[in-house]
Design a protein around this ligand. Structure first.
Ligand code: ATP
Ligand code: 4MY
Ligand code: MG
Ligand code: MG
Length: 341
């Protein structure tokens, strides 16, 4: 207890700022591919982090994880499932460590079928718009017979063929546009066949970092005209237009196409998705149906995407990491004073 100037006796509590300043550390262990390390751990982020007492420590994958650390946060994106087991095991033994993000939740969006499941049923009232997913079906084998199944499912050509599993390889991002039944035989399963939705050639990348949402415009594929649908046959490989580094400048576009999705819609969608997916670090690819002002389609969700291309990502992440430290501090204080959380 400490005497206060007003004569009363106050509890001796340390503020988060004080504790953080004293301890001067939030240790973030990271296990990232070299590509991700290069794009994410840029010098500006490290400098800002150091000033706030946050340090990034590289995890040595050749040593047991439990012999490393201690860590406050574990940030990871590596190829392969073996790593996921290591993290799950570690999390069981160290529940106090914040794992970004839990392997089970990531796994769900590494499959393009489970990735979009449930989105069309989300309850988003008063959100100034509607969120749908394109009609799609899975082909596990034999693309020849899938032509009949496509018809049964009522899917309309052209169809986007996407590898079912996203495993971080370039091949898992190799997409094709199939214009007719016959062309389906040329595709290599397992894949999803998804209706192509005309959207005026612009895509919205909705980046999520905890509570924070940032949206950028990217160029996408142009509309497919009815004339093209009638005349063109075969399969065509997609160029990877929308993962380009540059965002699109609004002034170059038709305002009806350029207009960002309404804020209440994005907030509602992200809130629901974070709960359902159990993820903090992801982005959503959204398109606006051509000719509509408020009908949107979610076509892709990516775990720990290219944040280096998100405006001001350094500060957003510093604030996010500090909020994790703050939450941890609050929890400790509550435990100390016997308050239930
Ligand atoms: N159903 C669709 N209708 C219209 N365009 C689509 C559709 N699906 C994909 N696209 C276009 O193809 C691009 C790549 O598709 P998608 O995002 O599903 O693939 P990806 O390999 O997961 O991409 P990313 O690099 O974002 O992970 C999209 O950004 C968009 O331009
Ligand atoms: O390469 P970039 O930095 O742009 O990030 C891309 C990221 O690759 P990386 O994780 O190897 O960095 C991809 O991850 P995998 O599906 O291949 O695992 C995927 O999330 C893309 O959507 C990201 O592009 P964005 O959606 O942000 O434009
Ligand atoms: Mg995408
Ligand atoms: Mg993707």
């Amino acid at each position: 207890m400490v005497p206060r100037g007003d004569g009363e006796v106050g509890l001796e509590t340390t503020s988060f700022e004080e504790t953080h300043q004293q301890q001067k550390k939030l240790v973030i262990g990271y296990a990232l591919t070299s590509k991700k390390k290069k794009s994410f751990l840029q010098p500006k982020l490290e400098v800002l982090a150091r000033k706030k007492g946050i340090s990034f420590v590289s995890i040595d994958q050749d040593k047991p994880l439990s012999e490393q650390g201690p860590f406050d946060v574990l940030l990871h994106k590596l190829l392969g499932n073996a790593w996921h087991e290591v993290i799950e095991d570690y999390q069981k033994k160290h529940p106090e460590v914040t794992v970004l993000d839990p392997p089970g939740s990531i796994q769900r969006i590494y499959n393009r079928q489970s990735m979009l499941q449930g989105i069309a049923d989300l309850n988003l009232p008063d959100c100034d718009g509607m969120v749908c997913v394109p009609k799609q079906m899975v082909v596990l084998k034999d693309t020849t017979s899938s032509a009949d199944k496509v018809a049964e499912a009522g899917l309309k050509f052209p169809l986007v063929a996407k590898p079912l599993l996203v495993d971080g390889t370039a091949k898992s991002h190799q997409l094709f546009l199939a214009y007719d039944r016959l062309s389906l035989a040329e595709l290599e399963p397992p894949l999803v066949l998804q209706e192509f939705v005309n959207h005026g050639g612009v895509l919205f990348k909705v980046f999520v970092v905890g509570d924070v949402i940032r949206v950028v415009r990217r160029f996408s594929l142009p509309n497919v005209s009815n004339c093209e649908k009638a005349k063109v046959a075969g399969v065509f490989q997609f160029p990877r237009v929308s993962s380009a580094a540059a965002s699109v400048d609004k002034s170059e576009l038709d305002p009806r196409v350029a207009e960002l999705p309404p804020k209440p819609l994005l907030e509602g969608l992200v809130r629901e998705l974070r709960n359902r997916l159990g993820l903090q670090l992801f982005n959503i690819d959204m398109i606006r149906e051509h000719g509509s002002s408020d009908v949107f389609y979610v076509i892709d969700i990516n775990y720990f995407p290219g944040y280096g291309k998100m405006p001001d990502y350094e500060q957003v992440f510093i604030d996010y990491f500090l909020s994790l430290a703050q939450a941890k501090h609050n929890k400790r204080e509550c435990i100390k004073s016997g308050i239930e959380m």
